[in-house]
Design a protein. Structure first.
Length: 487
């Protein structure tokens, strides 16, 4: 078995590559084909825990995790062999086949390509040998001439797999036809030949008004425009690349406003996607105290740089607003890095993240160490006091990805100020029960937790994937998708 490779390239970041690749995974799976996703290199702090072929667990980008589910495949580290997790503007943690590589993390960015390409090529070859179709997602633009020589994610992958490529652009940004033509024109001739169709994403209005631009573009390039995706068609997947969308999609009067603090190194923001679709819930992203006004819940999400993001939070004056909200009895939830921020102190003797005083809303201390916890987790809440009491006794499933271990503050415990451990080794609440911190990611993706907290459910992922497949079948020219996936 040697899989056909169907690849989604973009004229820019945010053009629509991830959702289109996800849709293709479900479309070809619905045809009875064995499908796997692939993205050679992903730069994202949104990651998921998956099993590795040699045992144990590793990380891949969330987009490839969801694409695997759309393909009805078991998520695998080979589907995203290289994951870059930004820690600062000029520094990233490098994850290779699910595991952190200190050597590559310390290496200059341009020097990594020759070291990682053999593993990337091997991962793609293995997936091709096991599947009928591999749906490949590119990154950014394939026509950045300053990056072409060190490329390991776009056209080098396309050439290696003989991929049939779609080039998608966001027409809502303007300049779409220039973006498409310019991208095509900057590619070498052998790479242009791999592009089979152009896709216009996020179009508003009457598609007939686009004429004669698609025809003119085809005359210049020889490549047809094979799909025009309307703006009003919402894909329903979590946003990537730090793109925040606070528009809730659920019907009904709002009864709960959830404000998620969006610090610069926020991680795993995708886990809050279900809240957009729970009836009566409004999700907002907060970067200032004013954005917290009127919130029923304040959530401190995960962070790839906890101490730095805590410093940013204080600089914005958010610490005072969060403390005042908690003092009034408002619900506060900290997830992973957010849990660490809620404690009394961050202690870092090994240069992992940084030392910092915490917000002091839970009598806990976090100590950072070299080891990183990466694992799926199932647990059951014990007795939970106060506002978070609906979670008492609820069995939940999620995952952990964190540096640092958290425990009771010894001096405060001796003085009688003890955090209540409501999920063994994973979650603690204050005595009043309105402040809760947990290491478990994925609480709002768990059906039992959503039911307990809101008495409602969000649409299932399967329904989202099926909607994507139906949508592209409608908006692509007849026969195009089948021809791309054909032997």
């Amino acid at each position: 078995m040697t899989a056909r490779c169907v690849m989604v390239l973009g004229t820019t970041s945010g053009a629509g590559k991830s959702w289109l690749a996800t849709a293709l995974c479900r479309y070809y799976s619905n045809q009875g084909l064995k499908v796997a996703p692939f993205k050679a290199q992903n730069m994202s702090n949104n990651a998921r825990v998956v099993a590795t072929p040699l045992g144990g667990y590793g990380e891949i980008g969330s987009a490839q995790y969801f694409q695997a589910l759309a393909a009805r495949a078991t998520p695998d580290v080979r589907m995203n062999p290289l994951l870059l997790k930004p820690e600062a503007d000029t520094r990233s943690q490098v994850v290779v086949l699910g595991q952190v590589s200190a050597q590559l993390s310390a290496m200059p960015w341009r020097g990594r390509s020759q070291h990682v390409w053999p593993q990337i090529a091997a991962a793609l070859d293995q997936l091709r040998a096991e599947n009928d179709v591999v749906v490949i997602e590119g990154a950014g633009s394939p026509a950045e001439t300053n990056l072409h020589a060190s490329d390991v994610v776009n056209m080098r992958v396309a050439r290696h797999g003989g991929a049939r490529c779609l080039l998608v652009t966001d027409i809502d940004r303007g300049g779409a036809f220039a973006h498409l033509y310019g991208t095509w024109a900057l590619l070498p001739e052998d790479e242009r030949a791999l592009i089979r169709g152009f896709v216009l994403n996020k179009f508003r209005g009457d598609a007939s008004l686009l004429a004669p631009a698609p025809e003119d573009l085809q005359r210049r390039t020889g490549i047809p425009t094979v799909a025009t995706i309307p703006m009003q068609w919402r894909h329903g997947l979590p946003e990537e690349d730090g793109v925040f969308d606070d528009r809730s999609a659920a019907a009904g009067a709002v009864h709960t406003t959830v404000a998620v603090v969006a610090y610069p190194r926020i991680s795993n923001l995708d886990e809050f996607q279900p809240l957009k679709n729970v009836p009566g819930v409004r999700l907002v992203w907060a970067r200032s105290p004013a954005a917290l006004a009127g919130a029923d819940w304040i959530v401190l999400p995960g962070s790839k740089a906890t101490a730095a993001d805590l410093g940013w939070l204080r600089a914005q004056g958010l610490d005072g607003a969060i403390a005042a909200h908690a003092a009034r009895g408002g619900r506060v939830l900290g997830v992973c890095g957010g849990l660490q921020m809620l404690g009394e102190a961050l202690i870092d003797t090994e240069g992992i993240d940084g030392n910092a005083p915490g917000l002091g809303l839970l009598p806990l201390v976090t100590a950072f160490a070299q080891g990183k916890t990466v694992r799926p987790t199932r647990a059951r809440f014990g007795a939970v006091p106060g506002a978070w009491a609906p979670l008492a006794g609820v069995a939940v499933a999620g995952y952990e990805i964190h540096h640092g271990q958290t425990a009771q503050h010894p001096a405060m415990a001796a003085a009688g100020d003890v955090a209540r451990e409501v999920l063994p080794g994973l979650a603690w609440s204050n005595a009043a029960g309105n402040v809760l911190g947990l290491y478990l990611h994925g609480l709002f993706e768990d059906a039992a937790a959503l039911q307990a907290l809101f008495g409602a459910q969000a649409p299932t992922l399967d329904s989202v994937f099926d909607g994507l497949a139906e949508g592209i079948a409608t908006h692509f020219a007849p026969g195009v998708l089948d021809a791309l996936g054909a032997p």
